[in-house]
Design a protein around this ligand. Structure first.
Ligand code: MEZ
Length: 605
């Protein structure tokens, strides 16, 4: 069935959009002459059902980089993600697993082929169960509809670039301090790497720890962080990270986060990594909380909005940003303070190889937007950088994939064995040591072993079974057969590890957290190191002000999170990045709001 559309003419502004989005009428000149029912786009499927453009886009609306309006209209007809989750139940259920955290248009495209589920963001280097790429388009979407209207310059007090955990926190803190805030995200969805974080958030001296009798203090967290970072860290930043960690956790709890479970990750001397009850993944939960808080605070959050330039006038300091909206086109937002929360560059293979050629070809755990935009944006502004060659490998990605197997599993008691079935390292040592040890084993991989009790006690472990990455067997001999490991050596390793746990001492490898011997049904995941975190970045002072190459703060420019360097030194401890994002996000947001509200309005550019 061919549907007649009114032809769009190349005029600028909302009039064009009115034409584009208007319902087709009995126009004399039908446009375009496609058989819409044969197009693999959502627009086509809807047109085949006699739905008109305004069903999705509304009347008289500018195309939005936010796309929230379109998502709302999906829900009007199809129900919420929760409803869809019930209807599309099955072993892999993206509607359920992303419940409430991403919009329909992240996966489903109106005018281009949709990409299968998770591959939009996660880019797993494996066949996803039941993933079905859409067929290639038979005919491209008419280019006239991609004409972008001019957008007039806008004004805000604070612009935050990057909507991961650090950016959201900075935006909320700036809003709490009374600023008008725009939060810009270049990807189709917010969340950044925080969204993918599993293990938890480090905080010392919390009420959760006290209730469990865990003896911890900021001084102890500071010492662990400096030792883990080989003392390359900026000690002033580490003091702030540790000293404010408990109040950052309280702040999140007040926003509605559940961080009531606590465990230990590599390099920490006590249990201080907080996560949701039952050991669920921390990141998606926190991003859900931060998104809801940003919405409640009426922060203007825009996805599909990369920033190409930070406006700067030597005398006046920062004056705003230039945005390249995916649908809206190029426009300026004038602002008196800008916060860089653009993340690291682990997903930029070329940049990683420039600093660490030996990491070329390794997979990354990061979302594809982690390309180092802070470095690109800072370069034009005489920004100082530090520690750019300090790049962290995470020891345990599921071998052959980009999926991180959380350190929380080792923290809760898992061990690592090589292909000969033997342990070779303190599994809860720092990441640099564990990664190097795995890469020195035959085949450059290892097997992570844990038992049924650990699986039950750590909800996030279920995900690895769900994705077909973990195997479980009733006995060590069965697991050895399933994993291709020598059964005798594996049995001997498990027996020796059991003795070490009972004695509370691991003479071979010096592991200090020996909570549990492994018994009952046994599970295994083959793992290999991958690029996980870039410790270096923009140089900041303790107020999160960005420094120039002469060591002076650049007026109005702040940075936070993985975009910065100095907090983690040469090696980050697991659980410290969420902690950093929240603690320094609050400092940067408050500082940016104060500066913006104090500074005179920038002159028009
Ligand atoms: O902080 C991290 O990177 C972390 C805890 C990762 C993980 O293994 O879960």
């Amino acid at each position: 069935m061919a549907i007649a559309f009114r032809r769009a003419v190349p005029i600028v502004g909302s009039a064009l959009l009115t034409l584009i989005l208007a319902a087709p009428s009995g126009a004399a000149e039908p446009w375009p002459a496609l058989d819409w029912s044969r197009q693999p786009y959502l627009a086509a499927a809807h047109a085949a059902e006699k739905k008109v453009c305004s069903a999705c886009h509304g009347e008289d609306r500018l195309p939005s980089d936010g796309l929230a309006e379109v998502d709302r209209r999906c829900a009007d007809c199809h129900g919420s993600l929760a409803d869809m989750g019930k209807e599309t139940d099955g072993p892999i259920n993206p509607h359920r697993s992303h419940l409430g955290t991403i919009g329909c248009t992240v996966c489903h495209r109106g005018h281009a082929p949709s990409r299968a589920y998770c591959l939009n963001c996660h880019q797993f280097a494996m066949d996803m169960p039941r993933s079905r790429p859409c067929p290639a388009p038979r005919q491209p979407f008419p280019p006239e509809l991609l004409v972008r209207p001019a957008v007039t310059p806008q004004q805000a007090d604070v612009v935050v670039i990057g909507a991961g955990g650090a950016g959201f926190t900075a935006a909320i803190a700036a809003r709490e301090a009374g600023a008008k805030v725009v939060l810009l995200e270049k990807q189709r969805l917010t969340g950044g790497n925080t969204m993918l974080a599993n293990g938890g958030m480090n905080a010392a001296g919390t009420r959760v720890q006290q209730a469990r009798g865990i003896d911890d203090s900021p001084a102890r967290m500071e010492a662990d962080t400096l030792r883990g970072g080989h003392n390359v860290n900026d000690p002033r930043l580490v003091k702030i990270l540790a000293g404010r960690s408990a109040s950052s956790l309280e702040w999140l709890t007040q926003l509605g986060a559940d961080l009531s479970d606590v465990g230990r990750l590599g390099g920490s001397s006590v249990d201080r990594t907080h996560r949701p009850r039952g050991g669920a993944s921390v990141g998606a939960h926190l991003i859900g909380v931060l998104r809801r808080s940003a919405a409640a605070a009426q922060i203007d959050v825009r996805v599909n909005s990369p920033v190409s330039k930070i406006l700067h006038d030597g005398a006046q300091g920062v004056g705003g940003v230039v945005v390249e909206g995916r649908y809206r086109g190029t426009y300026t937002i004038h602002a008196r303070a800008v916060v860089l929360a653009t993340g690291g560059f682990s997903a930029n293979a070329r940049r990683v190889a420039r600093y660490r050629p030996e990491f070329a070809g390794l997979a990354t755990t990061n979302q594809p937007g982690a390309t180092g935009d802070g470095i690109d944006l800072g370069q034009g502004l005489d920004v100082a950088f530090c520690d750019l060659a300090e790049i962290q490998l995470h020891p345990t990605l599921a071998a052959g994939t980009r999926i991180i197997v959380s350190e929380a599993i080792r923290g809760n008691g898992a061990i690592l064995v090589n292909r000969q079935g033997r342990r070779f390292v303190d599994e809860v040592g720092t990441r640099d040591r564990v990664s190097a040890a795995i890469l020195a084993q035959p085949g450059r991989t290892a097997f992570l072993l844990f038992d049924g009790d650990l699986r039950r006690g750590l909800r996030q472990a279920e995900g690895y079974f769900h994705l077909g990455l973990a195997k479980q067997a009733a006995t060590p001999a069965d697991l050895a057969a399933l994993s291709g490991l020598p059964a005798d050596a594996l049995q001997a390793t498990l027996a020796a590890y059991g003795r070490a746990c009972r004695a509370g001492s691991d003479p071979d490898f010096g592991r200090t957290s020996l909570a549990r011997a492994l018994g009952g049904p046994l599970c295994a995941i083959e793992v290999a190191p991958g690029i996980h975190y870039t410790m270096g970045g923009v140089k900041i002072d303790p107020r999160c002000q960005v420094l120039d190459t002469a060591g002076r703060p650049i007026a109005g420019l702040f940075a936070v999170g993985e975009a910065t360097g100095g907090v983690h030194g040469a090696n980050r401890l697991g659980g410290n990045s969420i902690s950093e994002a929240i603690t320094f996000g609050r400092i940067a947001g408050r500082g940016a709001a104060r500066v913006a509200l104090e500074r005179a309005a920038p002159r028009a550019r």
